[in-house]
Design a protein around this ligand. Sequence first.
Ligand SMILES: Cc1cc2nc3c(=O)[nH]c(=O)nc-3n(C[C@H](O)[C@H](O)[C@H](O)COP(=O)(O)O)c2cc1C
Length: 444
Amino acid sequence: MTDVPYPDATLHFGVFFQGVNHWTIWSAPESGSQLDPASFRRVAQTAERGLFDAFFLGEGLRLREVDGRIHDLDVAGRPDAITQLSALAAVTDRIGLVSTSNTTFNEPADLARRLSGLDLLSDGRAGWNVVTTDNAWTGENFRRGGFLDHADRYRRAEEFVVAARAIWDGWTADGPQRVQVRSSQFDLDLLPPLPRSAQGHPVIFRAGDSAEGRDFAARHADVIFSAHGNDFDDALAFAQDIRRRLRAAGRPEDDLRILPGTEIIIGATEEEAREKARWVRLQQVTPATALNIAGLVWGFDLSDRDADGPLPTEDPVIAENTGAFGARRVADPRAVVDRWRAESAAHNWSLRETAIALGPQRGHVGTPASLADKFTRFARFGAVHGFNITPYLIPDGLDDIVTLLVPELQERGVYRTSYTGTTLRDHLGLRAPLTRRDPVEQAS
Ligand SMILES: Cc1cc2nc3c(=O)[nH]c(=O)nc-3n(C[C@H](O)[C@H](O)[C@H](O)COP(=O)(O)O)c2cc1C
């Protein structure tokens, strides 16, 4: 029998209220509002009932566009995360509250103060998901356009996090101490405006997948939010890569929690789960969305085609992938088109069927028991520390997970049966903030 490398591992769940995306079904009768504060409250309170570590919000500072037009196939518009989370702090007691806030268009002293405010207001439940925001199209909101290339965005992100931590650390037992930050991007001289919270300072999350992004997480983050949570081998390879990078950064390899995003579809039987997944996919990949997904493969607008008809006969256009309009074209369009054509011919699939089967894939489908077995394996073989779950329906999409899956996980001893701490840092089982460790702890 294979030895289980992490026999005591437990799972940590976050819920990612996505806002802008086509994965949250918004056009079915079951769909609730994506903007009503009641939806946010309902999801956060359900997650807290399910003993989740965190409620997580992404950031999008500009409406999504594709080729210069508003992409109105998706949920559009997102309220400001810190504002939303501050409201949720008042109607929750334990769950962590994580704001995605970018380092490219913010300033460290201002953002550190706003995040500290949330951390104090929630008694140490705040998290900050550090993103670099990779598009010129967002930059146009700030009269900066394509501000900073990839490497410079990371340099700024690095210096930004160092500055934010210095500000947070600058309020000591003797009160605020002068903080000076001199780096390539910043020249700051200030007295920290707020004291430390119950957890020291906000927990640092990081979403980014490039080599630089992973190294950044290995140097600075407490949690990495990844897109490697659907397939076990892919998740394990990602986790092993992150552990290598942590060791290279001089940190213990259990110092960072790996929480990939994923979708979970539950049925009483495998058959029922598959039927539900089929319904979910048809709602997510509407005819118009299928044409949009195919357009990102072919590299030109296909919105006037018939989604229930065959694939386009034209060759794909190989366009530069700038990410400039909020949606990414696929990396190797010719290879993808060849595969789509072969599979579509073999199964007699329409364009929409092909987009559902071969377009972006996500998530796990099964019964509570089969999913609990699968996730236990993910945790105990070191592929993940948990999942940041994206409900496919707002506001009820988490209900099955909390009432059906969580008890199965608890029975297997892989999920908490009560909160044992009060802060987000406690829930995640993290050590003290990186800058506040004594040398012995740092080396352990
Ligand atoms: C799982 C995941 C979630 C992300 N969420 C956001 C987000 O909500 N807002 C945002 O501006 N960027 C988001 N990003 C983009 C990253 O900040 C980053 O700009 C982008 O991934 C490019 O960096 P990379 O090349 O290191 O991946 C996300 C990235 C990943 C991988």
